[in-house]
Design a protein around this ligand. Structure first.
Ligand code: MRU
Length: 346
């Protein structure tokens, strides 16, 4: 078996949260350790940790920090303190549904414990389980999707939906890893993914480290590469898939889907069941707008004139008619999406 990127992006270690500082990559692989929920909230907001599944587990761990460090003696007081931290964490990034999923899971665990001591124990065990489950779920997802990649195929992705966007292994890149583990030759086309450059910095870092063939392209080269027959399929991650089959993912995904449809190239979002939002249709989702500095600067260096108005939507929405199939840890979902999502995910 290939010796893939096995370090964990986020981990619960002796009552602290340890995570890779993704803002320092690819220059330095360094870790940060947090003991307070507000530190974790800050890390999510500033993208020290990012990627929907990683954010979900990190937020859950941030909330667990509130529980284990609490001086409360009554469960009602513990729950109040935890609710305050949960609300802070919920306000960090609005689009990735895993954030809310992770927080709710820890709140439920604490609420069902009969004492403060047991609640602390239960939430620590829960976040450790979530950490392990994330890797397992991604491996399963990878196996479900690997059959869609043919030997010798070139896969176009977007952003980073790899080990760094999860606890480990990755979703879109998990499918690529599983195909490589099956002995297939796979090449990945990596758009740089402006403005935060998760493709150039993070996907490139992972793939080079794992010796998976890859080529970095500018975001604007996607259509040209497709028109030249240099893309066999598109596999991307997702921050939220709504019950009506709309896929919210990193800005640039929608244009990849439109171009793929134009060129008859299959388009596959890959996401664990925790990324599906069965409570909402596409018009109920908030797309995060991030700061102008991400666009007017490249890695701290100004490239646009002062005073220029900027729009910086961090995600976009791909409608189900552009999706060939969704790859999940519970199997592939094909059209009709609404019906099949509720059948497989509910
Ligand atoms: O802004 P980011 O870096 O958190 O956005 C990440 C993405 O859009 C990923 O594609 C998505 O979260 C899926 S990660 C498995």
């Amino acid at each position: 078996m290939a010796n893939f990127f096995t370090i964990r992006t986020v981990t619960w270690e002796k009552g602290r949260v340890k995570m890779i500082d993704q803002t320092a990559l690819p220059v330095k692989l360094t870790y940060v350790r947090y003991t307070r929920p507000e530190q974790v909230a800050g890390a999510i907001r500033t993208m020290v940790v990012r990627g929907a599944p990683a954010i979900g587990v990190a937020a859950a761990m941030g909330l667990a920090l509130a529980a284990v460090s609490s001086k409360a003696t009554r469960t009602v007081d513990l729950m109040k303190e935890m609710e305050a931290s949960a609300s802070l964490l919920r306000g960090t990034r609005p689009t990735a549904v895993n954030l809310f999923w992770g927080i709710d899971r820890v709140m439920k665990k604490a609420a069902s414990a009969p004492s403060v001591r047991e609640a602390k124990h239960a939430v620590s065990a829960e976040v450790k389980a979530m950490e392990d489950e994330d890797v397992e779920v991604n491996r399963r997802l990878g196996r479900e999707g690997a059959g869609l990649i043919g030997n010798g195929d070139t896969v176009l992705t977007q952003c980073n939906a790899g080990a760094l966007a999860t606890v480990g292994y990755g979703t879109a890149l998990g499918v690529v890893r599983a195909a490589v583990e099956q002995g297939k030759l796979v090449k990945v086309l990596v758009p740089e993914t402006r403005p935060a450059l998760q493709g150039a910095r993070l996907t490139a870092f992972e793939l080079v480290r794992d010796k998976i063939a890859c080529t970095l392209i500018s975001d604007t080269a996607v259509g040209h590469m497709m028109s030249q027959g240099r893309v066999d399929c598109v596999i991307v991650g997702a921050d939220r898939i709504t019950r009506d089959g709309y896929v919210f993912n990193k800005i640039g995904t929608y244009q990849e889907a439109v171009l793929a449809s134009r060129h008859g190239i299959p388009f596959y979002p890959a996401a664990p069941h925790s990324t599906f939002d069965l409570d909402r249709a596409h018009d109920g989702v908030t797309i995060e707008e991030r700061g102008a500095e991400e666009v007017v600067e490249i890695r701290g260096r100004r490239v646009a004139p002062r005073g220029i108005p900027v729009a910086n939507p961090a995600f976009d929405m791909t409608p189900p008619e552009l999706v060939t199939a969704m790859i999940t840890d519970r199997g592939l979902i094909r059209s009709p999406f609404s019906e099949n999502i509720s059948r497989l995910i509910a």
